[in-house]
Design a protein around this ligand. Structure first.
Ligand SMILES: CC(C)(COP(=O)(O)OP(=O)(O)OC[C@H]1O[C@@H](n2cnc3c(N)ncnc32)[C@H](O)[C@@H]1OP(=O)(O)O)[C@@H](O)C(=O)NCCC(=O)NCCS
Length: 194
């Protein structure tokens, strides 16, 4: 055995996580605004999503939120108090001490500024160091996401060849992960010590 789960803390309660520029807070129905629904229907934001082309309403978003299990958490990404996207983790596989992470930065104007990386870093740090999971993972065919997690030290586990079909095209899906023993603190994403 290479590690052990230290606790199941946080199983029910979504955390509030504070980084250098990003704060993550539990995402609730009050944040399902017109702007949020516009992100879900923005073709550029969804270009690498299996939801591409699917129209989503506020009612759909509310239904999705209330369908989540108690070990699935959606956190709102706040920058300067403004909601710019969401990061989700779970369901948590407690037996194998791992969880899936996914992210959507809906405000395209701030893409490429490291906000997505900080959000994924904060969630990974929480799950691997506070909750005590052994592994976090994701799969994506978005090159920007794969670049983002590469910066955080995640490893590529494999490529699912032509796993995703969008319209007439098939895309390779890449599986990536980070183990607890590989997690490294990145000072640039940590809140300044007061
Ligand atoms: C993927 C996503 C979260 C990135 O958010 P972000 O705030 O722009 O992320 P960051 O700025 O931290 O990092 C993105 C990196 O990808 C790079 N990048 C952008 N477009 C790229 C492309 N087409 N090919 C390769 N790298 C690209 C950026 O330059 C940046 O790398 P750098 O820090 O070395 O410059 C955001 O674009 C998004 O929400 N997309 C839609 C949803 C999605 O696809 N989510 C991922 C699957 S879970």
């Amino acid at each position: 055995m290479r590690g052990h789960v230290r606790s199941r803390a946080g199983r029910a309660a979504a955390p509030r996580l504070i980084g250098r520029r990003v704060t993550l807070v539990p995402f609730g129905p009050d944040r399902i605004t017109d702007r949020y629904v516009a992100w879900l229907n923005d073709p550029e934001v969804n270009a690498h999503s299996r939801r591409k082309g699917v129209h989503t309403t506020a009612a759909d978003a509310n239904r999705y939120l209330s369908s989540l299990r108690n070990d699935e958490h959606v956190l709102a990404i706040l920058v300067g108090g403004e909601h710019v996207g969401n990061v989700k983790y779970g369901p948590v596989d407690w037996q194998n001490a791992c969880a899936d992470i996914s992210i959507l930065v809906g405000e395209r104007a701030i893409w490429g500024q490291g906000i997505g990386a900080e959000a994924v870093y904060l969630v990974s740090r929480h799950l691997l160091t506070d909750v005590g999971l052994n592994r976090v993972h994701a799969d994506s065919f978005n090159p920007a996401f794969l670049r983002l997690v590469d910066r955080l030290g995640w490893r590529i586990e494999g490529v699912l060849r032509e796993r995703v079909r969008l319209g007439d095209y098939f895309f390779d899906d890449t599986v990536v992960s980070l183990l607890a023993r590989e997690f490294r603190v990145i000072d640039a994403f940590e809140a300044p010590k007061s």
